[in-house]
Design a protein around this ligand. Structure first.
Ligand code: GLC
Length: 766
């Protein structure tokens, strides 16, 4: 671990305070009133952040003071104090400690000698590398009541206290369990919540990084790594929402998706030919199942060669997309990064000729293997490679494909992991796999997003498996290869919630589970959760039990349809949340602790979640169970199905038959809905339904064409609905989208009222 020695002097240059020590230098950069960057250059390179784009610095007035022991930086809401050994403490404006560096040394929790390690390995137990001491290591004081959230897609529970993790994008098909240290995504950001303090820390380092959230000790938590720089951001705020917004401000919010992204997606690895795809689409319609998208896995390619279509099995892709579009269904195709080694294959030849692939240390093109066999890896860190990759999608876009699914972009490799010294570029700078691994998927998604945007002019639909902080600007994400096991349905809730808190709002699991065989009951319970996940796709592996909704029995089909129908009714509510997300960075699917952080009961609540501020979902996720113990936070709640009013601040048991997912609406909730439909492409701008729950409420509804970027020039409408007593008023606060609704349906206390939609008016509800 780097030693800094005694504090020597400091100087200020603009918003940066350079502080020197006997053996090093630290920079404190004031980004905003609540965001402070702590930086120390420990490597030769000072790479440009992959997560943060553009200038985020805002003008903040601050004063610097010093005494023998420390340098103090006084901001309007915070004070930063720097001591010997580059220790950094942050206090609030009343002098209360917020984020304090730990002054002691790490205590190693385990030291195993070679003999012990060998013994463990004999029975196949995994042994971790000795993580004692990293070059970069930040130890923070841990408080008794401290909880941790975020860290991307990591397994386990919502609260990460007591666990350790690693960021190294990993494709491991074994069932993901709590002891996994790494998964597909590297989001080195977490939120710490104490009784009356909340803040976030973002360690912007793309190398392999480590996070110990109080596993090793009750006195400190730490994060660190061995390469790159010490470069982290403190993100303060008055609430957890503030911190999430602060992180989104820094790394970007997710752009508004096309409306159909919110529709239902059906997928399976193994739809072998055009007839298979047509059959799925027809079955969807035959069974009156809402569906917008079918995903085409690697089967559509010729010998798994990217940017090819097997013409014997898919003779006319354009005709296929057109025919499906007639019934409101689109196609999304998978795209892996690995390019098959094959002379005469254009993508390979061009890449070789232009120097677009990663190289080994001798300057030869580096080869490993993925689905097509021997394969090479495009170097997405180079601008020209991203441009080329983006442009390669032209053929698919011209055939009417609506979006791209990026997979295997950790990158996955079947012949062992890529050595750390494989040469990848970071822009024009020569770099290594060690540095670029965790941003490989990020850069691939970026290439795809930019390519699709250029080619279509529409809001690109890109889904990615591997991510780094900030990937939300380019892609939505799914949680990779889960299994059809109850534990993975249970894990879906904290995992998706933590992804949302980590800046990645559009997320979903493979509904029904990817590996292993789903049961009828699990399938039902999974769609009851899945229909609320921002990205709603049923996907499964070849060779497993089929899990399209009609492959079970009538009961499953009816339950499945009930929840897809509900999702489609809720489209305007979900789309409003997308608008909020783009504006502020708040996720659609939220843990209760995000809305009720002062309430102790919410801190470890893994089995319930919020969809926005008004809807609370408390699904049954245990086999055989027909009851759910539900926690109701402060306020009053209404049972969505029965209308029963429930007082908050208590636990209650709700009976829930297999077809029942307990859902509750907060008093004063106004829920906009659309009439049921089978595809988002059905006329959406005619009727707006408002379900109004008694209370005092205000709700802003957003409407645009759901497709392109015209909304950025003001082509959208914003309506404000307010409920006061039984007076419901509507005000048009922005008018820019030509299609106004024609009819407004108001549902209130069991009554329904249909009125002509007008600009501004007041209605008295009975
Ligand atoms: C990976 C993906 C999975 C996909 C399969 C075949 O396992 O995670 O979703 O079906 O590859 O492409």
């Amino acid at each position: 671990m780097k030693k800094y020695g005694r504090l020597k002097e400091h100087k200020k240059d603009g918003n940066i305070i350079y502080i020197s020590f006997e053996k090093g230098e630290l920079e404190i950069q004031i980004i905003t009133e609540q965001i402070i960057r702590v930086f120390s250059r420990l490597s030769e390179e000072r790479p440009v952040s992959k997560a943060i784009e553009g200038d985020k610095v805002r003008k903040v007035a601050f004063a610097i003071g010093e005494d023998e022991k420390s340098v103090q930086i006084h901001l309007p809401k915070l004070t930063v104090q720097v001591f010997d050994e580059a220790k950094v403490d942050i206090y609030d404006k009343d002098g209360k400690p917020v984020c304090i560096d730990y002054r002691g040394e790490r205590v190693s929790s385990q030291s195993l000698d070679q003999k012990m390690l060998e013994l463990l390995e004999r029975e196949g137990h995994s042994t971790q590398e000795n993580a004692d001491g990293h070059v970069i290591q930040v130890l923070k004081k841990l408080d008794g009541d401290e909880c941790f959230y975020g860290l991307g897609d990591k397994t386990g529970f919502l609260n990460k206290r007591g666990y350790e993790y690693m960021n190294w994008n990993t494709d491991d098909p074994d069932p993901h369990v709590d002891s996994f240290r790494a998964l597909y995504k590297s989001i080195p950001f977490f939120i710490t919540l104490k009784k009356d303090t909340v803040f976030g820390l973002f360690f912007d380092n793309t190398f392999r990084t480590y996070f110990d959230m109080g596993k090793e000790s009750d006195d400190y938590y730490w994060f660190g790594g061995d390469q790159g720089n010490l470069d982290y951001y403190f993100i303060g705020g008055d609430s957890m929402k503030d911190v999430v917004k602060g992180y989104a401000y820094l790394t970007g919010t997710a752009p508004l998706p096309q409306m159909w992204m919110l529709g239902y997606h059906q997928s399976r690895w193994g739809y072998q030919c055009e007839a298979d795809i047509r059959k799925i689409a027809e079955s969807m319609r035959e069974h009156h199942l809402p569906c917008d998208v079918i995903h085409m896995d690697i089967d559509y390619m010729e010998k798994y060669k990217v940017f090819t279509v097997d013409e014997t099995r898919f003779p006319d892709m354009k005709k296929l997309t057109e025919d499906l579009s007639d019934i409101g269904i689109r196609l999304v195709t998978i795209m892996d990064p690995g390019v098959k080694v094959e002379k005469g294959y254009e993508v390979y030849d061009t890449g070789v000729e232009k120097g677009y692939f990663a190289l080994d240390e001798d300057g030869q093109i580096y080869e490993n293997a993925v689905w097509p066999g021997d394969a090479v890896y495009p170097d997405f860190g180079k601008d020209e490679v991203r441009d080329w990759w983006g442009e390669n999608h032209r053929m698919l876009m011209e055939s009417g494909i609506s979006g791209i699914w990026n997979d295997m972009n950790e990158p996955a490799s079947f012949k062992g992991e890529l050595p750390e010294n494989v040469v990848f570029y970071d822009g024009g700078r020569k770099s290594t796999h060690a540095e670029m691994h965790n941003v490989y998927g990020h850069n691939m998604a970026r290439a795809t997003y930019q390519g699709l945007k250029k080619l279509t002019g529409k809001r690109p639909f890109v889904i990615t498996r591997a991510c780094y902080s900030g990937s939300q600007k380019y892609a939505i994400a799914w949680t990779g290869d889960n299994h059809s096991i109850w534990a993975h349905l249970q894990m879906a809730i904290p995992q998706l919630c933590n992804l949302g808190l980590s800046g990645i709002p559009y997320v979903g699991t493979d509904i029904g589970g990817f590996g292993s065989d789903v049961t009828k009951e699990l399938m039902c319970r999974w769609i009851e959760v899945g229909c609320f996940s921002p990205f709603c796709r049923n996907h499964s592996a070849m060779g497993t039990r089929r899990q399209e909704p009609w492959t079970f029995d009538q009961e499953v089909l009816d339950i499945y349809r009930k929840y897809l129908k509900l999702r489609y009714e809720l489209l305007p509510y979900l789309y409003d949340l997308c608008h909020v997300e783009e504006q502020e960075g708040l996720p659609l699917m939220r843990p209760l602790v995000m809305n009720y952080e002062k309430d102790e009961e919410t801190k470890n609540l893994n089995g319930q979640f919020m969809v926005g501020d008004h809807i609370m979902v408390a699904p049954v996720t245990e086999q055989g169970m027909r009851q759910k113990l539900i926690y109701f936070p402060e306020g009053e709640w209404y049972d969505y199905w029965t209308g029963e009013k429930i007082q908050g601040g208590q636990y209650k048991i709700r009976h829930a038959e297999l077809d029942e997912c307990p859902i509750f609406v907060k008093a004063g909730g106004i829920i906009p809905k659309y009439p049921p439909r089978l595809s988002t492409s059905e006329e959406k701008d005619k009727v707006l339904i408002l379900e109004v729950y008694p209370g005092k409420a205000e709700y802003v509804h957003y409407q645009d064409n759901g497709e392109d970027f015209h909304y950025q020039e003001g082509e959208y409408n914003l309506y404000r609905f307010s409920l006061d007593g039984n007076e419901l008023s509507m005000e048009l606060i922005h008018q820019g989208y030509e299609k106004m609704y024609e009819t407004l349906v108001i549902r209130y206390q069991g009554e329904e009222r249909v009125v002509k939609f007008e600009h501004d008016y007041m209605i008295t509800l009975e």
